[in-house]
Design a protein around this ligand. Structure first.
Ligand SMILES: [Zn+2]
Ligand SMILES: [Zn+2]
Length: 274
């Protein structure tokens, strides 16, 4: 069986939250690294991708893909600081499919890395970068037997969920999405069905959710309901609210484990074999 594993480089949502009280679960924003055989694929480019990029550079990895869920800052903020993008021997592909107004992935990156907000433009990237646009439910053929299925999520300004399939196994990355209280999205259940792991937007709890309707996020309890309905084996709570200290997340983790044996809260540095 080919190796298929994930590393969490950032599990925080909205903005990074550096504090001693957040040390265990980490402070960096959304970034997951997948290694499929010899291939490297990033899910989102939040602040967590900065440390990941240093590791890639040291390991002399010169080819990778980045699949963006959307371009809210917490999911792209690390991109301008991704060292391999400034190296001319590197090839990378950046995918975006959330944009609703016809903006392309290349235009989005240009618009984000520009004066007076940022001093370096993407023109200064020395790597060979292929910006790719798609529309959910397109299936992205990433080569070497890796496919990424895509699913439109319910989030302000749009977002895309991914199901990455490799060597007979699947990992789903469903973050920045709001559920409708009391319902289970049948199309989402079908999309995640039978996956080994689902990483899920667990910004809130059911108990507090009423206050946050319309914010575009979900709850860990909805993640459990989806996993149970879809036969997903492992659940990783993700996109932790910046107010969630280690103690708070430990409490949530104990509660979720009691309800679903395959559940954990994502933390920076965690690696899981899929
Ligand atoms: Zn977010
Ligand atoms: Zn967002």
């Amino acid at each position: 069986m080919s190796s298929f594993e994930l590393t969490v480089w950032g599990a925080r949502g909205s903005i990074s939250a550096p504090a001693a009280a957040n040390k265990h679960y980490g402070s960096d924003t959304s970034c997951i690294e997948l290694r499929c055989g010899g291939r490297t694929i990033f899910l989102d480019a939040g602040t967590g991708i900065v440390a990941a990029g240093r590791r890639l550079y040291e390991a002399k990895v010169a080819d990778f893909d980045i699949l963006l869920t959307h371009c809210h800052f917490d999911h792209i903020m690390g991109l301008p600081f991704l060292i391999p993008l400034y190296k001319d021997h590197v090839s990378a592909r950046i995918f975006a499919g959330h944009l609703l107004d016809g903006t392309t992935c290349r235009e989005m990156v240009n618009d984000f890395m520009c004066a007076p907000y940022f001093p370096v433009s993407p023109k200064q990237f020395a790597a060979d970068i292929d910006y790719r646009d798609f529309r959910p439910p397109d299936v992205l053929d990433l080569g070497d037997g890796i496919a990424a299925k895509t699913f439109r999520l319910n989030h302000p300004n749009g977002a895309v969920g991914y199901r990455v399939e490799y060597d007979g196994r699947a990992l789903c990355y469903i973050t920045d999405t709001e559920h409708e209280v009391g319902t289970i999205d049948a199309a989402l259940v079908e999309f995640i069905a039978g996956a080994e792991v689902m990483i899920y937007d667990s910004t809130y709890t059911d108990e507090e959710f009423e206050r946050y309707v319309g914010f575009g996020h979900s709850t860990w309890q909805q993640g459990v309901r989806l996993c149970k309905a879809a036969g997903v084996k492992q659940l990783l709570l993700f996109h932790h609210d910046i107010s969630r200290t280690d103690g708070w997340l430990e409490d949530i983790e104990a509660k979720v484990e009691a309800e679903f044996a395959g559940a954990r809260a994502a933390r920076t540095g965690m690696t899981i074999a899929i």
